[in-house]
Design a protein around this ligand. Structure first.
Ligand code: FMN
Length: 376
């Protein structure tokens, strides 16, 4: 068996696979089931200080495409394939007091597993910055191994919370710095993918003292409109608001975001998230330079905490490392990071290959080859 263990932000993980902050990690019972199933670590559902009330009705649904057609819908049906999850769930609806005692209980029961507390507060004034510090101290007193700062929840109305922090470079630095002032454990920052160049917010977070960046959270998005009822497939009293897209659809998008950061900061640490269901998906993030990866949607659809997903991730990594004779993740981490270059660096065909916009051979999605007309 290959050695799957890895050290990330100074912490030893038995394998590089974590459950991300989401419903799979919303309770101590779930987290302990996840550890039993084989996950090396979890990031708790985001913990805040204020009470949270979610919308009426479902908080998450899954968009599936018919296997033989383009039709996409959130109506669960046979012969369809998962495209994405869509959610408008807020942070943990359990207050910090509920988590106190439970975090320490989990850590005591599973001392070798890594317990990361995701936290969130506002950032508009000193009182709010103090709230970040209160959360930091409360969680680290419970014995958690690291913190993940949620600068990425896409559906917060407050301009000083969630992805609105991740969109503001000054706030990224200021909040990270406030947390670092009192943190004795590693601090990860989870950035929103909803900015032009995420490397800029990563730079700001590193300036504030971040030990690692996690990405992606879900992408801002809307549910589709049902062509028969003309209602959004998810709504309350006919109304919808922006929510977050996760799952297979965001894998290539998240890889792009991750690549922007790992190329800019080759010597920093990154945790990859977005669309991971198999080891092949996780491998893409490792090859771009990530030291750990996190999973949400695939785990939600596999008995809520992903026992089969983690089994397949571990088996896939073992098989890959044995086949390639790799001893550690470090042997292949970042191997393809520098293969992502600017468009102008990609080779052009020789002059005589140019066919006026038509391809020389039939290519999916392009016009058929045209005979080259002789000049009159
Ligand atoms: C229902 C739901 C709730 C989520 N809640 C949180 C949260 O509280 N904090 C957080 O940082 N991310 C949250 N996320 C984002 C996930 O942790 C993850 O970043 C995202 O779903 C992308 O990963 P995936 O493609 O594996 O689903 C949530 C995602 C879903 C689907």
């Amino acid at each position: 068996m290959a050695d799957l263990s890895t050290v990330f932000t100074g912490l030893k993980f038995e394998n590089p696979f974590l459950l991300s902050s989401a419903p799979p990690t919303e309770s101590d019972a779930n987290i302990m089931r996840a550890f039993e199933a084989g996950w090396a670590g979890v990031v708790t559902k985001t913990i805040g200080l204020h009470p949270v009330v979610n919308v009426k009705g479902p908080k998450t649904k899954f968009l599936r495409a018919e296997n033989s057609a383009y039709n996409m819908s959130m109506n669960k049906r046979q012969n369809s394939t998962l495209v994405a999850s869509w959610n408008w769930e807020l942070i943990s609806d359990k207050p910090i007091d509920w988590w106190i005692g439970r975090l320490s209980k989990v850590k005591k029961a599973y001392p070798k597993k890594m317990l990361v507390a995701s936290i969130m507060a506002g950032s508009g004034n000193d009182k709010e910055l103090n709230n970040w510090q209160t959360l930091t101290k409360a969680c680290q007193d419970e014995g958690v191994d690291a913190l993940e700062l949620n600068f990425s929840c896409p559906h917060m109305d407050r301009v000083d919370m969630g992805s609105n922090v991740g969109k503001n470079k000054v706030l990224c630095s200021v909040v990270t710095q406030a947390v670092k002032e009192v943190a004795k454990i590693p601090v990860w920052v989870k950035l929103t993918p909803a900015t032009a160049d995420i490397a800029e917010e990563a730079a700001a977070s590193f300036r504030g003292g971040a030990d690692a960046i996690s990405s992606s959270n879900t992408f801002p998005s809307l549910p589709l409109i049902d062509p028969n009822t003309l209602d959004f497939e998810m709504s309350v009293d006919g109304l919808v608001s922006s929510g977050g897209l996760g799952g297979p659809a965001i894998l290539p998008l998240s890889l792009h975001k991750m690549s922007q950061m790992t190329r800019a900061f080759a010597d920093k640490e990154f945790s990859g998230i977005g669309g991971i269901a198999t080891f092949d998906h996780a491998l893409c993030y490792f090859l771009l330079g990530c030291g750990t990866v996190q999973v949400c949607t695939a785990a939600m659809l596999d008995q809520a905490i992903g026992p089969n997903v983690i089994k397949a991730l571990i088996a896939g990594m073992n098989e890959f490392m044995e086949r390639r004779s790799f001893s550690h993740l470090e042997d292949f981490r970042g191997l393809r990071r520098d293969r992502v270059v600017s468009h102008s660096q990609i080779k052009r065909p020789e002059q005589f290959d140019y066919r006026g916009g038509y391809e020389s051979e039939e290519q999916e999605g392009y016009a058929r080859p045209q005979p080259v007309l002789a000049k009159s």
